[in-house]
Design a protein. Structure first.
Length: 222
């Protein structure tokens, strides 16, 4: 307990740093993933090509390489002086968005094609069809894989600690240099990650139950 109690402020800072990285990266990944999934099923060929390239490139690129590009190429070529937190969020968010896009696309494929065709037949645009007809039905199928992807994102943020970001994994260097037992340092760091991942898992379990309850209520209403 001394490792934790003697360095409570440091652990709190690292925990909040990991939480911030995870939350902001998750929002970016979800927004981008939804847009790219829309591109992937779009009737417009250039959008489909862009969506396919986005998913293929990012899913097959190591996250560490994305961090290297973000921190050593982007500031020199595009945005000099950009904040390290923003760079870490972009690396994690862009990487995860490719996987989320595929999860959403798989959910979209569970919706019968006839419903989208019927929506277009009554004059709905592609965007309206996706927003009103397809995505609401695909949501339940998408929730379980999204939970796993956001948990993986939480663990992936540990890489940001090596790139001048304060997070749970980063504080182990400070504590190790101060002479604390490395095993106990990692025990408390692991507990910190478990708190975040279990919270994400609990949130998505709640969402699954709510969707199940909503489906039951709709069946009763019919």
């Amino acid at each position: 307990m001394n490792v934790l109690l003697d360095n409570l402020a440091l652990f709190r800072e690292g925990f909040l740093g990991t939480l911030s990285l995870t939350a902001v990266s998750a929002v970016l990944a979800l927004v981008l993933g939804l847009v790219i999934a829309g591109f992937r099923v779009s009737p417009v060929p250039p959008l489909r090509i862009f969506g396919t390239l986005w998913v293929t490139v990012l899913r097959n690129t190591p996250l560490t390489l994305l961090f290297l590009v973000a921190f050593f190429v982007v500031p020199k070529v595009l945005f000099p002086g950009i904040n390290s937190f923003v760079l870490a969020v972009c690396a994690c968010g862009f990487y995860t968005s490719a996987f989320i896009a595929e999860a959403i696309r798989s959910g979209i494929n569970t919706v019968p094609m006839g419903q989208a065709e019927a929506a277009r037949a009554i004059g709905m645009s592609f965007t309206q069809t996706m927003r009103i007809v397809v995505l609401p039905q695909a949501t339940r199928a998408v929730v379980p894989p999204l939970s796993s992807l956001l948990i993986a994102l939480t663990k992936n943020t540990a890489i940001a600690g090596a790139f001048d970001n304060v997070d749970l994994f980063n504080i182990q260097k400070t504590l190790s240099n101060d002479g604390y037992d490395i095993a106990m340092i990692f025990v408390w760091i692991t507990i910190g990650y478990l708190i975040i991942t279990y919270a994400i898992n609990g949130l998505f379990r709640l969402l699954e139950r709510l969707f199940r309850l909503l489906e039951i209520l709709l069946e009763v209403a019919r």
